[in-house]
Write a protein that binds this ligand. Sequence first.
Ligand SMILES: CC(C)(COP(=O)(O)OP(=O)(O)OC[C@H]1O[C@@H](n2cnc3c(N)ncnc32)[C@H](O)[C@@H]1OP(=O)(O)O)[C@@H](O)C(=O)NCCC(=O)NCCS
Length: 162
Amino acid sequence: MAYRIRRATRADASFLVEMACEAANRHPDRVRPKADLLADPAVMRYARGWKRPADDGVVAVDDSGESIGACWYRVLPRNDAGHGFVASGVPELTLGVRPMWRARGVGRALLEAACDLARESGHQRVSLSVERANFAERLYRSEGFVVVESGADADTMVRALR
Ligand SMILES: CC(C)(COP(=O)(O)OP(=O)(O)OC[C@H]1O[C@@H](n2cnc3c(N)ncnc32)[C@H](O)[C@@H]1OP(=O)(O)O)[C@@H](O)C(=O)NCCC(=O)NCCS
């Protein structure tokens, strides 16, 4: 099955809400109902109101044009900081892939494309938050992210882009 990666547009708003829910439900043994996630401002801050001026990202689409995954970033203000906040102006990444498309390289390809976009947009670094138990932390390390802060279950990671 083939896919391609394109720039995210305003029309992707509802798909990014869906992917923000996937990214928040990263523990198979602690799955939260979608209605809970949609009502949780800590989850929705990553997607609601897309696409604001500093927002950018990429979407993977399959052969039929169906969206299958996304990686995007937002510059969140200090007074509404995300879990991966490191400093004002540093964009925070979110990554999610539809379950049936996982483990086929889509997540890594999206991550690389979103980092390229952030670099081209002039950002010096990007950050994210990942649960330490999530294999995705290894994916991020292999793409140049380093842990800058450790919480009880999650790490904040940063990648220098230049
Ligand atoms: C995390 C996620 C985005 C990764 O996307 P993906 O398309 O499945 O990942 P890829 O196929 O690009 O794989 C990336 C690496 O992870 C490894 N990997 C993939 N699935 C894995 C799994 N279930 N367990 C362990 N390693 C795994 C791959 O082997 C690959 O490493 P390699 O290139 O050295 O072989 C996706 O699984 C997902 O949406 N998960 C739920 C949401 C989530 O956890 N988001 C991240 C929040 S920080």
